[in-house]
Design a protein around this ligand. Structure first.
Ligand code: SF4
Ligand code: SF4
Length: 134
């Protein structure tokens, strides 16, 4: 499942540079799919849905660092454990029960973000959720 940052965050910024997907943003900063990934321009998600990788999206939090669920792979394919949780001094990077994903889905997400693979079934909903929220 994706990792989320709770409101115990002290905004130290230690986690942001550790994320291999650039899924972590400072509160109040806009996020993009293209940041830290191989995505760019219009990306076809299938079923007539297009994702604009270059478009800025509204911050998920304006108070604390936040994680974009559709960009978080729990660090799978890069590291043995979530790097944000490993460096966070107040242990506020926790599994997000609203975004439960299998190892296969997380690896498919990583392949989509970095290797030009199509989004796997089941993860497209997370992208749409992020796009609707933005
Ligand atoms: S678990 Fe890994 S991929 Fe997810 S936000 Fe933390 S550092 Fe980034
Ligand atoms: S490392 Fe922890 S406390 Fe520091 S910004 Fe990231 S989530 Fe917040």
């Amino acid at each position: 499942m994706a990792i989320r940052i709770t409101d115990d965050c002290i905004n130290c910024g230690a986690c942001e540079p550790e994320c291999p997907n650039n899924a972590i943003y400072e509160g109040g900063i806009q996020w993009r799919y293209r940041d830290g990934t191989s995505l760019s321009g219009q990306v076809d998600l299938g079923n007539g849905i297009m994702l604009d990788a270059d478009a800025p999206h509204a911050p998920i939090s304006t108070e604390y660092y936040y994680i974009v669920p559709s960009k978080c792979t729990e660090c799978m394919g890069f590291h043995e454990e979530p790097q944000c949780a490993a460096v966070c001094p107040v242990d506020c990077c926790l599994p997000d029960p609203n975004h439960v994903e299998s190892s296969e889905q997380l690896l498919a997400k990583k392949a989509f973000l970095h290797e030009g693979a199509p989004p796997a079934p089941g993860i497209i909903e997370v992208y749409l959720e992020d796009l609707e929220r933005a």
